[in-house]
Structure formats: structure tokens, C-alpha cells
Design a protein around this ligand. Structure first.
Ligand SMILES: *Cc1c(COP(=O)(O)O)cnc(C)c1O
Length: 458
């Protein structure tokens, strides 16, 4: 581990998770080529523990739920199963993955956006018992599915607390897509739906869930949401003496370092703890679930790409890699600034290249590297304007040269799941570092496979 050298200048307290040393990296690249994702299993376990530990001061029991949507790779799911985390699933496909990885359906919280009868039947049939509903229509479908299968699911209501959120991705705002408001004159309100659940014998009311957004750096929105929920629960209790909650499920949002310092989960937990514990005192025993996708996976993965072309005009230098937004979508979609670092050279290739190109490129580039006025653009291989990677404050690209490699850090969340074949591109392999060994956990797809998949052989 001591051999790992990080060349990036990082702000205080921040660090990047370089879990692979140069020697192993060279070996893995030789074996699998680039582009290539490398996931570190140990980091996944560490993150699950860190997040759980952050909420130690809560008076009730706490569990961490992994949001499968962030990275559904089976090896990642199996890794988290060792940590006995709960899983936040959103589609029958995710349930299938969880099931095929031998997950226990008791460890699922099913939070769907579509909420149709077929999927609720599928979920209940497969043993899922904790369901979060987000609409009155969904509630009716769940009642129907529960009747058909003759089971009594634990039902939570996803509320939209309609609080202001300062984050990259906001999921809570007035009249937003997700959840239902507390009150209102329509059936799509928590007040109406709680009464509906309490008044029938088919569902068992379990509690509330809210998800405010992702990469949330200002935690006041959580406290505001809890305050609103607290008052709402007091009102509900007055109106329905049997009203009680067993679970409060707080959605994702725990942020990850990409270049700007972000608060830690400890800090996040601390800012909510007083309110959470006072709610515990007011409303009686309930368990807390902390959901996370990004925090649990992002830092556990590095994308390795190779510099395959370069050009320069005026003060602009383009460094073109064999990656693109087809394997790192959020760089285009959200202008996500992943920290990037240039690493060692593939010597043999460089020599060939020098012979072929008559040395014109490399020497010029090297000289210009001294000159910091160059505007360096890190571009992908796609023929698309958006395929230029935003660079993080801590990215280090000055020493770019043909045939060197670019590491993209913290790409474990919302990247592999978005892989797409734009420009007839195959999916890169995924290698996982487990107990010091590097194991292939996803093969690359082939161009023949893609041709067949697209109907080429029909
Ligand atoms: C996406 C999502 C999460 C995970 O969000 P992160 O910011 O990645 O932690 C959690 N809960 C729900 C309901 C989600 O939709």
C-alpha cells in the first residue's frame, strides 16, 4: 500500500482513494486493456460502516440501506450483503438482481415511481414486505396486490416535505415528481393516505420516507424536513389515536468529494441528531434507515482510460482519451467534475509512436507542459460536442502525453449503470479488488454481441 503515490494537490482533509499501486495497475491494464473500471471491495465495506457509525447517537436502532440504482453490479450487491445492509430497490429488475445474488427479500425496501399492480404482485410474491408508496393510485394497487397474495405488507408513505434543497440534484420542491405533500385537498396527500392505511386491515402502516436529493452539501434541508414531519405526526396522532410509526427512512444525499470539500456523514448525522432524538422521545420507539447510493459506492471505483490522441492550437490543448460520456454519463448530463490524474506511460507504445510520428508530437507537448497558460481540455472519443470532461479543481493534467493513462476518481456511483453503446461502443470490463486479488466481475461486451443485440442477425 505504501507504494501508492498521489500527485494531486488536495484541499485540506480531502483525499482521493487510490487503492491500486502503479505496479498492479500496469498489470491490470495489460490484462484487460482500457477503458476499464476498477472497484475496491474494501472501500465499499468501509463506507457502509462509516455511514452506520455516523448515526450511533440515535436512541433507536439504525440501519443503512444501499440504493441499488447507484451501481447494480452483482459483485457490488454481494459485497454489501456481507455488511448486512438493507437494499433500496426501485424496479422489478433490481429485485431480480438482488434475488439472483441470494439476497434476503426481508432486506428490501421497495420504492417505486410507477407503482403498478403487476410490479407490486411481483415484489410481494418474491417475499418483499416493506413497500414505500408515493401516490394514492400506488396505494390502491398495493392493497389490490396484497389481497391477491393474501399478505400484509409494511407500508411507508413517501412524503415530499417541499423544503428548499441546496444540492446538485434536488428531489424535493413544491409539487415535485416524488412523494406526496403532507396535506392538500386531493387524495394524493400523506394525511389522506395514512387514514386509508389505518382504516383497512390489509396493509400495516410502517412509517415515512423522504428523499431530498443527491450530493447535498447543506444539511439544513434535512432538519427542515424533519421539523415539518414532526409537526405533521403530532397532528396525525391527535386525529388518529392508533397512529404510530415503526420506521423513519431518510433517503440519500450524503455527498462525496469531487474537488470541493464536503461535510462528512458524521457532521450530517450530528446536524440532525437533536431533532431525530426529540422525535424519538415524542413519538415512541422507531428505527431509522439511512439510504445512500453515492456515498457508499463513489469512492470505491476508478475509471482507467488511455490518452490516444492529442492536438494543440493557440493556447488550447486537447487531450483525447479512449473513454467518453457513454461510460461516464454524469460528466455530460450533470457536468460532474471527477478528479482526474495522469499516470505512467506504456513505454513500448511510446517508442513505436515516436518512430511513426517522427517525434513531432511528444517533444512539443513536453515543452508546452512547462507552460501553464495552456488550456487543457480532456475530451472523450465520441463525436459529440458534450463529450468533453469537466475537470475538477484537483485534476492534474499538465503532464498529459500520448499513451499515458488518465484515472478518473470517485466514479463508483451512477456511471457503470449508465453505460451505453453510442457510436457502437462496447461496455468496458469491471475488475474488483477483493482481499488483495484482482477479479474480473464484468466481462467487456464485444462488437459482435452488440451487432446481434441490435438485431443484426435477425
Ligand atoms: C437515488 C435515491 C437514493 C440515493 O441517493 P444518493 O444521493 O445516491 O445517496 C436514496 N433514496 C432514494 C429514494 C433514491 O431515489
Amino acid at each position: 500500500m505504501g507504494e501508492i503515490v498521489q500527485t494531486l494537490q488536495l484541499p485540506q482533509e480531502a483525499r482521493l482513494n487510490r487503492f491500486i499501486n502503479d505496479k498492479d495497475l500496469a498489470k491490470i491494464i495489460k490484462q484487460f486493456g482500457t477503458p476499464l473500471y476498477i472497484i475496491d471491495e474494501q472501500t465499499l465495506h468501509m463506507k457502509a460502516k462509516e455511514l452506520l457509525d455516523a448515526y450511533k447517537k440515535f436512541k433507536g436502532s439504525v440501519s443503512v440501506a444501499y440504493s441499488i440504482k447507484a451501481n447494480f453490479n452483482p459483485a457490488v450487491l454481494k459485497a454489501f450483503m456481507k455488511d448486512s445492509v438493507t437494499f433500496d430497490a426501485t424496479s422489478t429488475g433490481e429485485l431480480y438482481f438482488h434475488n439472483m445474488c441470494k439476497g434476503n427479500p426481508d432486506d428490501i425496501i421497495y420504492t417505486s415511481v410507477t407503482e403498478d399492480l403487476d410490479e407490486y404482485e411481483y415484489a410481494l410474491k418474491n417475499g418483499v414486505r416493506k413497500i414505500v408508496v408515493s401516490s394514492y393510485n400506488g396505494l390502491i394497487n398495493l392493497i389490490e396486490a396484497a389481497k391477491i397474495l393474501n399478505v400484509k405488507p409494511l407500508t411507508m408513505i413517501r412524503i415530499n416535505p417541499e423544503v428548499g434543497v441546496k444540492a446538485e440534484i434536488r428531489a424535493s420542491y413544491r409539487h415535485g415528481k416524488f412523494g406526496v405533500p403532507f396535506n392538500g385537498n386531493k387524495v394524493d396527500s400523506a394525511a389522506y393516505m395514512v387514514k386509508e392505511i389505518l382504516s383497512n386491515d390489509i396493509l400495516s402502516f410502517e412509517g415515512f420516507h423522504f428523499h431530498l436529493g443527491s450530493q447535498i452539501t447543506d444539511y439544513t434541508c434535512f432538519v427542515n424536513a424533519l421539523e415539518k414531519l414532526d409537526s405533521f405526526m403530532i397532528k396525525m396522532k391527535k386525529e388518529n389515536p392508533t397512529f404510530n410509526i415503526n420506521t423513519l427512512d431518510i433517503g440519500g444525499g450524503t455527498p462525496v468529494f469531487y474537488g470541493e470539500n464536503v461535510p462528512t456523514p458524521n457532521y450530517m448525522a450530528l446536524s440532525m441528531m437533536e431533532k431525530l432524538n426529540s422525535m424519538y422521545d415524542t413519538h415512541g420507539i422507531f428505527s431509522l434507515i439511512i439510504e445512500s447510493g453515492r456515498y457508499l459506492t463513489a469512492e470505491a471505483c476508478i475509471l482507467v482510460s488511455k490518452i490516444i490522441n492529442m492536438k494543440e492550437y493557440g493556447n488550447d490543448k486537447f487531450v483525447i482519451v479512449d473513454a467518453g460520456y457513454h461510460i461516464l454519463l454524469d460528466s455530460a448530463l450533470l457536468k460532474q467534475e471527477y478528479p482526474q490524474e495522469i499516470v505512467f506511460t506504456d513505454r513500448k507504445k511510446i517508442n513505436n509512436n515516436n518512430m511513426n510520428n517522427n517525434n513531432m508530437n511528444n517533444n512539443n507537448m513536453n515543452n508546452n507542459n512547462m507552460n501553464n497558460n495552456n488550456r487543457i481540455h480532456l475530451a472523450g472519443r465520441l463525436c459529440d460536442t458534450y463529450d468533453v470532461f469537466p475537470t475538477s479543481k484537483v485534476s492534474q493534467l499538465n503532464n498529459a502525453e500520448l499513451n499515458k493513462y488518465v484515472l478518473f476518481y470517485n466514479v463508483g456511483a451512477y456511471s457503470i449503470v449508465f453505460n451505453m453503446p453510442f457510436h457502437c461502443q462496447t461496455k468496458p470490463p469491471v475488475v474488483m479488488k477483493s482481499n488483495g486479488q484482482y477479479v474480473l466481475v464484468r466481462k467487456t461486451t464485444t462488437i459482435e454481441h452488440l451487432f446481434a443485440e441490435e438485431g443484426g442477425n435477425l
